[in-house]
Design a protein around this ligand. Structure first.
Ligand SMILES: Nc1ncnc2c1ncn2[C@@H]1O[C@H](COP(=O)(O)OP(=O)(O)OP(=O)(O)O)[C@@H](O)[C@H]1O
Ligand SMILES: [Mg+2]
Length: 419
C-alpha cells in the first residue's frame, strides 16, 4: 500500500490536490488550477472527445477564437436533479463525466509527481451543496461517482471549512475557539471549532465541532450581480418593442441567462441565435440588442466574465475601477466605486451572507467576542465589504488568514487521521 494519500478540493472556481506522506504526516506537494474545461470543436462524433482542463483551457479557447465549448463553475450542477446529461459533439455527457475530467487531471499531476498510482483520497465538500436534503445527497453521490471514475477506490469526504481548520491548527500554540469562514466562488461556509496543538492527532473530533453551516452564495454571485447591474444594459436590457398596440420589454430571460454560468455552460447557441434574430428585428436593429447577438454568436461570455472578475478583484484594493470591455464592436466602460459595489451591486447577497453568519452564531450560542480567532480563507474572503463586516463584528485582532487557495486542500490531507 502506498504511503501517500491525496486531499482533493474540487472547487467552483479553483480545484487542488495535495500529496501527504503518511509516515511524516507532512504535505510534500500541492497542485492547483482553475476549474475550467474546454472542448475544442469536433466534426466527427466517432473520435474521442478532446479536452483541456485548467488555465490551459483558456489559452486553447482563445487560440481557437472561441470556437468549441467552454465550461465553468461545474460544481454548481452537482445538486441539480434537473441536469441529467448534455450532448457534446454527438456524445452524451453526465455531470459526473464532466467533474471526472477535472479530477483525472489533478490525479495525473500528483501521480506523475510521485510516480505512483494513488487511489486513496479525502475529498472536500461544502457544508451545504443544497438546502434540500435529496439534492445535497445527489451532489455528494455524483462527486463520489466522478472520483471512482477518475480512479479512486478509497474515498472519504470532509467538510471544506473543517479541513481549513485543521490547516490553521498546525500553527497554534494553545487551545482556541476558532470560527473558520471559507468564502469561495460558489459557497460561504462556516465552522466553529475548538482547536489546539494537543488535539491534532485525535481521531475523533466530533466534540470539538460546536457548529457548522453555510449558504450557497459566493464570489460567482458577485460577478453575476456586476453583469446584471453594469453589463446587461449594454446588451439591451430595458429596450422595448411594439406588439400590436402594446409596448413591451424585450424578454428578461435573455439577461438572466447571460448572468449565470450554470445556464451559459449549456447554451444551445444556435437556437438562441434564431430567437435573438427575431427580437433584433423587433427592436429595429437596436445597437444595444445587436451587442447581445454578437455576445452569443461570437461566444464572448467567458471573455466578458474575465473582465468582470478582474473588476471585482481590483476593487479589493482600489476605491474606484472602470469595468471595461471592448471586443467585436461591443464597447463597455462603466466606472464602479467600492461604495456602489458594496451598497448597491452586491448588497442583496452580502446581506444574506451577513445575516446567515449572525444566525449561525446565535444558533451556536456563541457571542462574537467569545471567539478567539476568525480564520478567513477562500478567494472571496478578500472582497472588501466582506472583510470590513468581519472586522466590525469580531475586531481586527481576531481576524487571521493563511493561504486563501490552499488551506482547504491541505487540511483535507491532514484529515486522514480521522478515517
Ligand atoms: N483578490 C480577490 N478579491 C476578491 N475576490 C477574489 C480575489 N481573488 C479571488 N477572488 C474570488 O474568489 C473566488 C474563488 O475563490 P476560491 O478559489 O476560494 O473558490 P472555490 O474554492 O473554487 O469555490 P467553492 O469553495 O465555493 O467551491 C472567485 O469568485 C474569485 O473571483
Ligand atoms: Mg473552496
Amino acid at each position: 500500500m502506498s504511503k501517500y494519500i491525496y486531499g482533493i478540493d474540487f472547487g467552483t472556481s479553483n480545484s487542488a490536490i495535495s500529496i501527504l506522506d503518511t509516515e511524516t504526516n507532512e504535505i510534500i506537494k500541492t497542485f492547483n488550477d482553475a476549474s475550467l474545461i474546454y472542448f475544442p470543436q469536433q466534426i466527427s462524433s466517432r473520435s474521442p472527445l478532446e479536452y483541456f482542463v485548467g488555465k490551459i483551457a483558456v489559452e486553447k479557447y482563445v487560440e481557437s477564437e472561441m470556437q468549441g465549448r467552454f465550461m465553468k463553475s461545474l460544481k454548481k450542477i452537482l445538486p441539480k436533479s434537473s441536469f441529467t446529461e448534455t450532448r457534446l459533439y454527438g456524445k452524451k455527457i453526465t455531470a459526473e463525466d464532466l467533474v471526472c475530467l477535472i479530477l483525472k487531471y489533478l490525479k495525473s499531476q500528483a501521480d506523475t509527481y510521485i510516480n505512483e498510482n494513488v487511489t486513496k483520497a479525502i475529498f472536500g465538500r461544502p457544508v451545504v451543496f443544497d438546502l434540500k436534503e435529496e439534492k445535497d445527497k445527489l451532489a455528494q453521490e455524483r462527486l463520489l461517482r466522478a472520483a471512482q471514475m477518475a480512479g479512486f477506490d478509497d474515498v472519504n469526504f470532509q467538510m471544506e471549512p473543517i479541513a481549513a481548520a485543521f490547516t490553521y491548527e498546525r500553527n497554534i500554540k494553545k487551545e482556541e475557539l476558532v470560527l473558520v469562514a471559507d468564502l469561495g466562488g460558489g459557497t460561504s461556509d462556516f465552522t466553529l471549532m475548538k482547536l489546539g496543538p494537543d488535539k491534532i492527532k485525535n481521531p475523533d473530533r466530533k466534540n470539538d465541532i460546536i457548529g457548522q453551516g453555510g449558504i450557497y452564495i459566493g464570489g460567482d454571485n458577485f460577478d453575476s450581480s456586476i453583469m446584471w447591474n453594469k453589463g446587461t444594459f449594454h446588451f439591451g436590457r430595458g429596450l422595448t418593442y411594439r406588439d400590436f398596440s402594446n409596448i413591451v420589454d424585450v424578454p428578461k430571460s435573455f439577461y438572466l441567462n447571460i448572468c449565470s454560468w450554470e445556464k451559459m455552460n449549456f447554451f444551445d447557441s444556435i437556437r438562441m441565435q434564431s430567437n435573438l434574430k427575431k427580437f433584433l428585428h423587433l427592436t429595429g436593429n437596436h445597437p444595444r440588442f445587436q451587442n447581445l447577438v454578437t455576445l452569443i454568436k461570437d461566444n464572448l461570455g467567458y471573455a466578458i466574465f474575465q473582465s468582470i472578475e478582474k473588476t471585482k478583484i481590483d476593487l479589493s484594493d482600489n476605491e474606484q475601477i472602470i469595468f471595461e470591455f471592448s471586443k467585436n464592436g461591443i464597447e463597455i466602460k462603466e466606472p464602479i466605486s467600492i461604495e456602489e459595489f458594496s451598497k448597491e451591486i452586491i448588497i442583496e447577497d452580502l446581506t444574506k451572507i451577513q445575516d446567515y453568519l449572525l444566525g449561525f452564531l446565535e444558533k451556536s450560542k456563541v457571542k462574537a467576542d467569545e471567539i478567539d480567532t476568525v480564520f478567513m480563507t477562500g478567494g472571496t474572503s478578500m472582497v472588501r465589504p466582506i472583510k470590513d463586516f468581519m472586522i466590525d463584528l469580531f475586531g481586527k485582532e481576531a481576524i487571521k488568514s493563511g493561504d486563501n487557495f490552499n488551506s482547504v486542500v491541505n487540511g483535507l490531507s491532514y484529515s486522514h487521521v480521522l478515517f
